[in-house]
Design a binder for this molecule. Sequence first.
Ligand SMILES: Cc1cc2nc3c(=O)[nH]c(=O)nc-3n(C[C@H](O)[C@H](O)[C@H](O)COP(=O)(O)O)c2cc1C
Length: 374
Amino acid sequence: MTSSTHEDGPSNRSKVFQPWSHKGLALRNRIVMAPMTRRMALADGLVTKESVAYYARRAKGEVGLIVSEGTAIDDLHAYDTITVPRVQTPEQWDAWKRVVDAIHTEGGAFAPQLWHTGRLAADPIGPSGGPGVPRADGTRRPDIREMGPDDFRQVLDAFRNAARGTLQMGADALEIHGAHGYLLDSFLSPVNNQRNDEYGGSLENRMRFPLEVVREIRSVVGPDFPVLYRFSQWKMDDYREQKFQNPNDLEQWVVALADAGVDILHASTRDAREPAFEGHGPLTLAGWSEKLSGLPTVAVGKVSVTLGMDESYGTSPSEVVDPGPWLDLVERNECSLLAVGRALIANPDWVAKVRSGKWETLRPYEKEMLKTLE
Ligand SMILES: Cc1cc2nc3c(=O)[nH]c(=O)nc-3n(C[C@H](O)[C@H](O)[C@H](O)COP(=O)(O)O)c2cc1C
C-alpha cells in the first residue's frame, strides 16, 4: 500500500477522482454514497423536502453516485417502521423524483436501493419460519412466518413495481438490497434458509429466489438500465456469518448474478480492506468479486472512520483516519468504485476535502448525527 498525501494540496490519486462510466452510467468520480437508512419519511412513505436537501448536499459535495437509504417495495413485510421511505405508489415515486432532480442539478447520479426487510420486518417473513430476531434494544420481533407460493409471487410483483417506479422517477440506476440478513440475503444463508424444496439446500437452490428477483427486475427495466446488487457475508444479527466459505462458493454466486443481468456488484463488508477468506491471500471481498465475475464492484467499509459497523450505534468514541489505504483499493484496480457511509453523514463535503488532501479537517462521525438530516 502506498501512503496518501498528508499535506495540503491536490491529491496524487489519479483514478478515484476521475470520471468513470459503465453501461451508460456516467459518474464524475468513483465515490459512491453508501445506502443509509434514516427513518425520516412521512407516515405515508413519502420522502420529505429535508431528505431532498440532505441528498442534494452530498451531490453538491461532488459524490459520484448516491445510493438511497433502503426504500421499501410494495409488501407489508418489506419494512420495519413506517418512517422508512417507500417506493410503491406514483406519489412516492414523485417524491423520490424530487431527490433525483436535485441530485442531477448538482451533477450527481442516483440509484434507489430497493429493500425488502423479510425476517427483520415488523411482521417478519422468511424462507423458513422461526423465532423472532432480537432487536438492538433487547426486545424481540414477532415470530418469522415461512413464505408460501403467494408470498413468492407478491415479492416478485413488488420488485417489478419498484423497478417501474425507478424508471418513473428518472433514476440513473437501481440497487437491489440483497445484503445484511434481510429477505434476499436470508435465502442465501444456510442458517436462515432450511427449506427442502428447490429454494433450499444446495447453494444453487439457495441462490434461486434472489436470481429470480434480478431477472424480474431486468425484464422491467430492459437490457440497458444499470442494475447494482448489494450482498454481504455478515448480517445484522450475526456479524460473523459466512455465506461463502471460499472463493469457489463466491464464484458460483457472482457469476450467477452476472448471468441473471446484474451490471455492478456491491460487496458489503465492515472494513473494505479486510481479506475475504482465511488462507486465500489478501484479496478483499470486492477484489474477489470483481476478479471472479468480471463485473465492476463497489467496495465499502470504514473509509476514514474508526468505528466498526457493530459499534456504529454504540457509544465508542469516533476518530477520523487517513482514507489513503482505502482509496488505494481503487488505484490498484482491486475494485472499481468505493462507497463511503458514515463519513459522508458527518461530511457532505467529504469528496472535496479528501481530493484536496485535507482529510485531517474531516469531522468525526457520531451516532448523535443520526438524529437530524443535516
Ligand atoms: C445509519 C446507517 C444506516 C444504514 N442503512 C443501510 C441501508 O439502508 N442499506 C444498506 O445496504 N446498508 C445500510 N447501512 C450500511 C452502510 O451502507 C455501509 O455499508 C456501512 O455503514 C459501512 O460503511 P462505512 O464504514 O463507510 O459507514 C447503514 C449504515 C448506517 C451507519
